[in-house]
Design a protein around this ligand. Structure first.
Ligand code: SF4
Ligand code: SF4
Length: 95
């Protein structure tokens, strides 16, 4: 399942996407994120899933643009820690 967490407003679309079919719940994204955006546990989108999966914390979803601000300077953007940390390459961002 492709899980999209975030929102869109007049300034753009701000989503973190996780391909949960490929996520093994290793937790590397949660360890790497300086803003505690990720949790690993019961899938909030697919309650029938048995295995733990990464998801974006509910508290962060409505302010994800700002939570990720420290990782996304206007110029000379470095690789995002969460994207770099995921050994399966299943995290992407819409902005
Ligand atoms: S961009 Fe930075 S703050 Fe946002 S989810 Fe990734 S590691 Fe966390
Ligand atoms: S690092 Fe990747 S595979 Fe590991 S829990 Fe996070 S999204 Fe899933």
């Amino acid at each position: 399942m492709i899980a999209n967490y975030g929102y869109k407003d007049g300034s753009g679309e701000f989503f973190i996407t996780i391909d949960t079919d490929q996520c093994d719940g290793c937790g590397a994204c949660a360890e790497a994120c300086p803003a505690d955006c990720f949790e690993v546990g019961e899938d909030p989108i697919d309650p029938l899933r048995d295995e733990p999966v990464a998801f974006v914390s509910e508290a962060v979803r409505k302010k994800i643009k700002y939570a990720c601000g420290a990782c996304k300077p206007v110029t000379d953007r470095p690789p995002l820690p969460c994207v770099q940390a995921c050994p399966r390459g299943v995290i992407s961002h819409s902005w």
